[in-house]
Design a protein around this ligand. Structure first.
Ligand SMILES: [Zn+2]
Length: 322
């Protein structure tokens, strides 16, 4: 099975379902909708506790295999952020009859006394291979590591999760770097502004929300590394935001988070880029960026050039930090 193709088709499907939204302070009680869980398990990731509840319904997969996948996803997020972003969280696994694969993920902040609540709708006939290739659970857990934003900045929440999920998985050895650069080469152009675009805060299309947000993150990551001689990157900014209390259970205006992020890198990259991209199209010269990063097509494959101007920056992005 082609992992990158499945990622792409899954991203398209996710959009058509309008899935994976983060909604702060949801007031609903999952137990009321799904009944009491058939079983509850706990997972320790560093000093954080993940409570995983399985709703009733048939699953071909064993609970152990599902727990292992969640542990792998949580480990990737903890690696990128230096530690798991919230002290405890709740994950609800809902079997979906007659389907296979992870059907949908949704994460809410501040639910029933928990900092976050993630619902994963998991197909009854999901195979261990399909679950091992899943990106959804990692994407959802990335959402925990940023404050909830007003609707107009939803692109930042989805852009971060779209950009960081694959990088975190390379940092832990789950995916090869070449694969995610290949996916970005294919995906980032979908985030470019189209005619009539009024900037990320005012253009709420699927392309601008997921890939436009991801493109914002990629450009910022590269700019921070250029400005700091490759000593700091986007993850240093994002770790500082989490440390300052900017997690999904808190509502923040985006500029507050970006100020803290810039403070951690000693730059103004995030604040200035947001000023430019939020209310005007700000197209990116992607051909030039890929050339600088040394990511290029080679037949049907992608090649990473060691001699490109930003080759070290490219490698730093996918290297785990202490
Ligand atoms: Zn999402």
């Amino acid at each position: 099975m082609n992992l990158s193709l499945s990622r792409r088709s899954a991203l398209r499907m996710l959009a058509s379902l309008a899935a994976s939204r983060t909604i702060a302070h949801a007031q609903w009680d999952p137990a009321r909708r799904y009944g009491p869980p058939r079983t509850t398990r706990r997972l320790q990731v560093g000093s954080s506790t993940l409570q995983v509840e399985f709703a009733t319904g048939a699953l071909d997969l064993s609970d152990d295999v599902v727990m292992k996948r969640i542990e792998t996803a949580a480990h990737a997020v903890a690696t990128y952020y230096g530690s798991f972003p919230v002290p405890r969280t709740r994950i609800f696994i809902v079997p979906v009859a007659d389907r296979s694969g992870v059907v949908q993920g949704t994460t809410w902040g501040d639910v029933g006394g928990w900092p976050a609540f993630t619902r994963i709708r998991l197909g009854q006939h999901t195979s261990p291979q399909e679950l091992a290739a899943d990106w959804t659970i990692t994407h959802e857990l990335v959402h925990l590591a940023f404050p909830s934003l007003p609707d107009d900045q939803h692109w930042m929440e989805e852009g971060l999760a779209t950009y960081i999920e694959p990088i975190a998985r390379v940092q832990t050895g789950e995916l090869p770097a070449k694969q995610i650069w290949s996916d970005m080469l294919d995906g980032m152009r979908k985030g470019e502004p189209q005619p009539g675009d009024e900037g990320l805060d005012r253009t709420h299309t699927w392309g601008r929300t997921y890939w436009g947000g991801a493109l914002f993150c990629l450009v910022a990551d590269v700019e921070i590394r250029v400005a700091t001689g490759n000593r700091k990157g986007l993850e240093h900014a994002l770790r500082a935001i989490v440390t300052a209390g900017g997690t999904i259970d808190h509502d923040w205006p985006l500029p507050r988070a970006l100020e803290i992020g810039d403070g951690a890198t000693g730059t103004r990259v995030l604040t200035q880029q947001y000023r430019k991209w939020s209310t005007s199209p700000a197209p990116v010269d992607l051909a030039k960026l890929w050339q600088q990063l040394g990511v290029q097509h080679s037949g049907s494959d992608v090649e990473l050039s060691a001699s490109a101007t930003y080759a070290k920056i490219r490698d730093a992005i996918t290297t785990a930090k202490a």
